[in-house]
Design a protein around this ligand. Structure first.
Ligand SMILES: [Zn+2]
Length: 133
């Protein structure tokens, strides 16, 4: 199935690509930095260098297989592209990424664009949060 996914986006099937795709598919955490992917590969006993991980993730991004999010503190995470839209919350203490969808926010954004004479094409909303003490 992963083989086909790679071929579908025009990428040759290579071992590092398959392994990294599998990590993205099966990891508990949906949003992973290149370092996270690298560590998970190490834990699984796979010999893939960090430079390769970076390169493959960038190739996946260009191919539309993964989405890259550049959060404010300079930490970039990758997640498999899916059709369902969601926004993100990032915990400034732990770096945890939480997904959410809010219908009112979605509608409000369309409305705001419209009020300014525009049509909303896309949006990117990130909330920076910290756990209430
Ligand atoms: Zn996400």
């Amino acid at each position: 199935m992963s083989n086909q996914q790679l071929k579908d986006v025009g990428l040759k099937v290579t071992l590092p690509r398959l392994k990294i795709l599998s990590i993205l598919e099966h990891s508990e955490q949906k949003h992973l930095s290149a370092e996270d992917v690298y560590k998970l590969l190490l834990e699984a006993g796979e010999d893939v260098g960090l430079a390769t991980v970076y390169r493959v993730l960038t190739q996946f991004e260009s191919a539309g297989l993964v989405a890259r999010h550049n959060f404010e503190d300079g930490h970039a995470v990758f997640e498999l592209n899916s059709d369902d839209h969601h926004d993100h919350m990032v915990c400034v203490d732990s770096g945890d990424v939480i997904e959410f969808v809010n219908k009112q926010i979605e509608e409000l954004q369309h409305q705001i664009a419209e009020e300014h004479g525009y049509e909303l094409i896309d949006h990117n909303l990130v909330l920076y949060v910290k756990k209430k003490s």
